[in-house]
Design a protein around this ligand. Sequence first.
Ligand SMILES: *Cc1c(COP(=O)(O)O)cnc(C)c1O
Ligand SMILES: *[C@@H]1O[C@H](CO)[C@@H](O)[C@H](O)[C@H]1NC(C)=O
Ligand SMILES: *[C@@H]1O[C@H](CO)[C@@H](O)[C@H](O)[C@H]1NC(C)=O
Length: 431
Amino acid sequence: MENGTKKWGGGVHGQDLETPSNITIKGILSLLMASIDTNDKRRVISLGMGDPSAYSCFHTTAVAEDAVVDTLSSQKFNGYAPTVGLPQTRTAIAEYLSCNLPYKLSPDDVYVTAGCTQAIDVALSILAHPAANILLPRPGFPIYELCAAFRQLDVRHFDLLPEKGWEVDLHAIEALADNNTVAMVIINPGNPCGNVYSYQHLNKIAETAKKLKILVIADEVYGHLAFGAKPFVPMGVFGSVVPVLTLGSLSKRWIVPGWRLGWFVTSDPTSVFKNPQIVERIKKYFDICGAPATFIQAAVPRILEQTQVSFFMKTINILKQTSDICCDRIKEIPCITYPYKPEGSMVVMVKLNLSLLKDISDDIDFCFKLAKEESVIILPGQAVGLKNWLRITFAIEPSSLEEALGRVKSFCKMHSNQQNRYQATNNQPLN
Ligand SMILES: *Cc1c(COP(=O)(O)O)cnc(C)c1O
Ligand SMILES: *[C@@H]1O[C@H](CO)[C@@H](O)[C@H](O)[C@H]1NC(C)=O
Ligand SMILES: *[C@@H]1O[C@H](CO)[C@@H](O)[C@H](O)[C@H]1NC(C)=O
């Protein structure tokens, strides 16, 4: 048995894939869903997952739907596509991304993937070699840890600093990196923190990575979903300082996560990745990946070229509105606070103050009791690497968000050890 597990199960680099550090967001959310009280007649509201496609206010644009209908019914795209992606799809993605860069990407820089998730797998698989390590943010996005475990890539975590707008702790990067460090990962706009990095901070990240001779993997799946003071700046802007692997997809900006269309892009004007051996290695890896559905790929040029600015503005405006609602409601709940108002993506991290609660042991306990008692799902911070924090998704219809946070407020009141505090607020006139 011992040998059996070593060989087949537990041997993923000595890490057990079932440990909390390797639990996936989807995994924990389904456990929470299973603990919902079926006698509760109220509807279940999930602030857990970043997929708002079910809400009518987050419906994708007709441009995207029409493009897919047309490519499907044309009967021209029922066959296999090249494993690196259709040429016209690579060209369209190169042009779309080049709009925000000081140089032009070539179609050969672009590889089409099954969502950003597969782009993450490609990046980590290509870079993995015995003894290699990678620097990942904490809090972060657990797919990176899971992928690294499968690829036997050692993980070292650097902190994001809540008091500095979740900026990267660059001193930590310098302390963690060694000769075997292959890359550092940044997620901008941020998941799970909802932060957007300034040009200046990205420049510092580039300079640090250059000094340490490591690549930057930039997860820009939330690219352009910025609604605060700072504009979204792609990491590829610093591609001549340090080679950047840009990962993205249609999933979040077009709100079609089920279409599974993403990209892995070498934003690398100095041509480090143009080395024929590296190109060959990447292409071979794509041979085993299998490209996303050909008719979806074929629709990409029209989707990228013809989507109206008004669709993007509508999404940005709703996210701004729901993030404001979210922060206003959180302010009314004493046991949770947010250190930084979200400026992008669809999520915010809030800190749990357990000393105000009488019978909650940690963030996981909080989320399970909340699911059971209030039929509201929230992601415990441990799922993204921060104990006693919570990640709240605000990309849901405003009235559902209000209702869900109202229930969180009652829940916190029920479990509060500070009854006086709530009575004092309740006795105040409403206006
Ligand atoms: C949603 C998300 C992904 C996965 O994107 P898909 O295109 O759905 O595969 C990757 N990274 C981050 C940070 C995400 O939030
Ligand atoms: C890292 O590489 C440098 C330069 O090649 C070398 O001087 C140094 O000893 C190496 N450090 C370790 C820990 O191997
Ligand atoms: C938790 O709440 C108590 C009481 O309001 C406060 O004194 C304490 O500073 C809070 N702790 C944190 C970490 O915010």
